[in-house]
Structure formats: C-alpha cells, structure tokens
Design a protein around this ligand. Sequence first.
Ligand code: ZN
Length: 228
Amino acid sequence: MKFFVVKKNTLAVILAIIVFLISLISFVVISTSSSPQPYYSIVIDAGHGGIDNGSIGYSGTLESEINLWYAKTLQQYCTEFGFFVTMTRTNDNGLYSPFAKNKKKDDMKARQKIIESASPDMVISIHMNSFPESSSRGAQVFYAKDNNKGKLLADSIQEQFVQNLVKPRQSSEVGDYYIVNCTTAPSVIVECGFVSNPEEEQLLLKEDYKDKVCYSVVCGILKYLMIN
Ligand SMILES: [Zn+2]
C-alpha cells in the first residue's frame, strides 16, 4: 500500500515535469517562430494623384506617376530593412472624396489623417521638382521650419544625395509645405530632381537611377536613426 502511494506521488511529479517541459518548449517555439515587431514606423507619401498630376516634365512625364514608382521602391527597401511602412497611396487615384468641393484640400487632409493614425517615427514625401527655367536641376530635401528632427533627417538624406547622385543640390532647405507642417513627426519632402530639366528628366526615368535615389534615401534614414 505504501509502495503504491509513493508510486502515485512519483507519477504525479513526473506528469508535472512533463507538463512543465511541454509548456516550456511551446513557449520557446512560439517566441522564436513569431517574427519580431518592427521597431520603427514610417509613412511614405507619393505626392499628387488623381486629377492632380503635379509637375509635367519636359517631355511630358507626369510627376504623380513617377512619384508612385519611386515611393513603391522606397517602400520595398524600407520593408526589407525592417521598418513598418504605411503608404498614403498605392495607385494613381487621389485621396479626395469625389464629392469634395476643394479636392486638393480634401486630399491633403486625408494624407494628414493617415499620418496621424500611423503615429510614425518619420514621414517621407516623394516629389519631382519643376521650374520655368529648364537649366534648374538637382535633388533636394525640404523640412518644416521649426522641426529640428525634420532638419536632421533632411540633412542626413541630402548628404547621401551629395555622395551618390548626379549634380544634386548641396544642402537641404526649409519648405513651407502642408505635409511637413501637418505633423510633429520629422517630416521631409524629397524632391528627387527636376522633370523640367530635359537631362535630369531622362535620368529620373531610368530604373537604376530610381533605385539609387531610393537607396540613398534609406541610407539617409538609417544614418539619421543612428545619430538620434
Ligand atoms: Zn510635387
């Protein structure tokens, strides 16, 4: 009888150990198999869209289309580097309601809402520049006047442009734009180049140059995060 009690207790202990080991293994398997949460969140904004084409290039390139092409490449790179990416648009449509009286205003408000709900670590808005004088050229980054982190982010990206691109502008600049002013997050407008400059327009349309611009933006973002 005594032997049976001991055996019963031993069995209970063994069962408890097995249950503990199974739960431990399950915990280890679950924790190692689920992918880690991305540490940084970024909003990528492809400028313009819908009825708003943005700038029209020297040979007719529509800024809204090329912005989306660049924004999608940047999205791919940022995702590969482990960022959580929110896109303001992923097709040619604008973000305004078809019933809106002021579609441009409605579109910008919708972008602001996306930024607010994402509460991102930064906002990167992709644009192509244009100027009546066709000799104007050079990629340049703009930031909001009183946003110190925005300036650091812009400087960091501009530095990569100076190193990697063809005839970029030498420094970033303050820009009074809705997308940089509508949030307290570091927000920058990346003007990848001038589509009004015939030579730069052709360069911007090349796949390898697009990749180089987007890679430079990612390098700038990573350097900014390292020093902040
Ligand atoms: Zn634009």
